[in-house]
Design a binder for this molecule. Sequence first.
Ligand SMILES: *Cc1c(COP(=O)(O)O)cnc(C)c1O
Ligand SMILES: [Zn+2]
Length: 426
Amino acid sequence: MAVTHLQCRACKAQYELDARYVCERCFGPLEAAFDHSRLGGDVGELRRRIQGGPQNMWRYADFLPTVEGPPGPSGRLASRVGLPAGCTPLIRADRLAQRLGLREVWVKNDAANPTHSFKDRVVSVAAARARELGFGVLACASTGNLANAVAAHGAALGLETYVLIPADLEEQKILATGVYGARVVAVQGGYDEVNRLCTEISAEREWAFVNINLRPYYAEGSKTLAFEIAEQLGWELPDRCVVPIASGSLYTKLAKGFEEWRQLGLLEGELPRMNGAQAQGCAPVANAFAAGQEVCRPVKPDTIAKSLAIGTPADGPYALDLARASGGAVDSVTEEEIREGIALLAQTTGIFTETAGGVTTAVLAKLAARGDIDPSERVVLLITGEGLKTLDAVRGTFETTVIEPSFEAFEAFEARVHAPAAARAR
Ligand SMILES: *Cc1c(COP(=O)(O)O)cnc(C)c1O
Ligand SMILES: [Zn+2]
């Protein structure tokens, strides 16, 4: 394994690979550090090893911060096998591209994960590490999708689960959590209050909070999205990625994944331009980007994109750095644009996304309309969650006609909606 230690992002102090997330010296965030020379082999061998791995995100185990090897045929390393995530489709979306006046757009559909969001990736790594460290309880502070993933992965691994959510969460997400037998605690407040409470609990209980004391492990799981995109593009980098931002973890780790493989020689060329996407109702990073600030001012979220509703993004400053360094940007879109984004994606690709995907699709449309994207660019649009979890966002956006069960009634309906076509059929 290439992972070596945890390291403070700010002062570079080093720590053992245990359940901690904040630097004792400067209170900076800790991050997993790797020595890839430990992997041995040239580029060809590394690629063959990846390609010979399982058809899930554990094919990238060499680049993840768990210390056991990849799952063997004997099932020896069960912690890697619980509920395999990843290897989701990367689909070329020509009809979407055409609609936006672009040439090459790919949709990475991470709704095609076991609990229908990209959170299965981060929870896979955190849960595997929690087992390695001997924890019996898996927990989280969630904006919704994380609750589903923690509950499901905990169930698959036989861990007890506690899930804390804002009380006003979408019913679909609450139901798709409780079904796994999780203890669901609805907190009166937004995500930021839930997170504060969980930080307090984590100091009092010996629990593995995937996005608090196990955050350094959790965060690395997002890199597997970068690895997959590159592998699916034939070991090439895209020119641009459009990525949703809540805490900024996915956005920054996606770039870390591309960069690690570039340094290893597995990929060549420039890092993609990284475009962050937020809802205007919760846009601390987009606001800071627009104002040219280094840090985000906290906001009180008010948006249908609840999975992105974090008013105090932990990785905000790093997200701002990345947007500027990569030649990208962070944009925000209105509630109406989010709904239009959901419809545009559904009607041009057949993919039904939750509100977070409406945010990224709307930001892509905005960049295209603004002329920010060169026609020659290969763009990857990240879809991180499933539309069936946020049904309210599409309620009332179209009509269903009720008819009598007779052919005459059907013809009458047809004449009303498709008058010219019905005439032609006669
Ligand atoms: C959690 C989440 C994200 C991004 O979260 P980060 O905290 O920025 O890593 C994006 N999309 C969906 C659907 C999510 O649930
Ligand atoms: Zn430090």
